[in-house]
Ligand binder design. Structure first.
Ligand code: C2E
Ligand code: MG
Ligand code: MG
Ligand code: MG
Length: 278
């Protein structure tokens, strides 16, 4: 539609941009209420050790179950949550929920080794992230070794005193810190030795594009991790070919649709603990 047919004289922007902005404002308002209306849900994606064929852990991934639009994926609302600052309470909800879930699994006799939670840079920039995490663990009575936190390279590029201090505190408590989407950011490699990081997650773009160049990058990241005594996990693993390539490079921790899509807590139990959970 052109501005003539809409009958409005206020179209300074293209119509599509206008609509998108309007949609965003509506989403933003609804997102404010989503938390109290209990519309956020967590799915859990298995992380597999291909060598032992065992479930190593799960990553908690948030969804917004919108009453009209259905399940909204994180790419649609995490950016809005970050712009508005809502990611801080949302992130705290995710953390609490994920810790409660693994504790519940443990109580039911399912010994999952870890739950990984994604943290936004904005959460790190609050000066109370450490005490929030510590309080959640205490409230849920979960031992810190079961919690893994995923950070992005943006956080490391910024490299402020506060984020460094928080990372050290979290690690000091016994929480495993991983760098998510490793290889896509602009950070230098020097930090890998200085920061208390235990795991690199190879970004799915390198895992999936099996050209010679991408395979070389994947191989380099795996070697780097091994040389620095870091764990390495590949994400976005979709095909047997990728699985075989990764294991030929001695990378056995894998996450991706080849093994499983993110699942509800119930489906995860049925899939990985079938006879116990009947
Ligand atoms: P991420 O942390 O890198 O999570 C991996 C994403 O890859 C997930 O998308 C997952 O569903 C998807 N994925 C897993 N295996 C495959 C595969 O084999 N093929 C393909 N094509 N994709 C695969 P999802 O759940 O849509 O999440 C997208 C991003 O949103 C996450 O990327 C993370 O950065 C962010 N996110 C999700 N939950 C949270 C959260 O609670 N807090 C924050 N701050 N960010 C979150
Ligand atoms: Mg992640
Ligand atoms: Mg651990
Ligand atoms: Mg990732």
């Amino acid at each position: 539609k052109s501005k003539e047919t809409t009958g409005s004289g206020y179209h300074f922007f293209s119509e599509s941009m206008d609509v998108r902005t309007f949609e965003n404002i509506k989403l933003e308002n609804a997102l404010y209420k989503a938390l109290e209306k209990d519309e956020l849900v967590l799915l859990y994606q298995p992380q597999i050790n291909y060598k032992t064929n065992q479930l190593e852990g799960v990553e908690a991934l948030v969804r917004w179950n919108h009453p009209e639009h259905g399940m909204i994926p994180p790419e649609k609302f995490i950016p809005i949550a970050e712009e508005t600052g809502l990611i801080v309470p949302i992130g705290e909800w995710v953390l609490t929920e994920a810790c409660k879930q693994i504790k519940a699994w443990h109580n039911q006799g399912f010994q999952l080794k870890s739950v990984s939670v994604n943290l936004s840079v904005l959460q790190f920039e609050q000066n109370n992230l450490f005490s929030i995490v510590k309080n959640v663990l205490e409230k849920v009575k979960l031992s810190p070794e079961y919690l893994h936190l995923e950070l992005t390279e943006n956080l490391i590029v910024k490299n402020t005193e506060l984020t460094l201090k928080t990372m050290k505190q979290l690690n000091g408590l016994g929480i495993n810190l991983a760098i998510d989407d490793f290889g896509t950011g602009y950070s230098s490699l020097g930090y890998l030795k200085k920061l208390p990081i235990s795991t690199l997650k190879i970004d799915k773009t390198f895992v999936q594009e099996m050209t010679e160049d991408e395979a070389a990058i994947t191989n380099t990241i795996i070697t780097l991790a091994h040389n620095l005594n870091l764990e390495v996990i590949a994400e976005g693993v979709e095909t047997l070919e990728q699985v075989e390539f990764l294991s030929s490079q001695n990378c056995y921790l894998m996450q991706g649709y080849f093994f499983s899509k993110p699942l509800t807590a119930d489906h995860l139990l049925k899939k990985y603990f079938p006879y116990k959970s009947i």
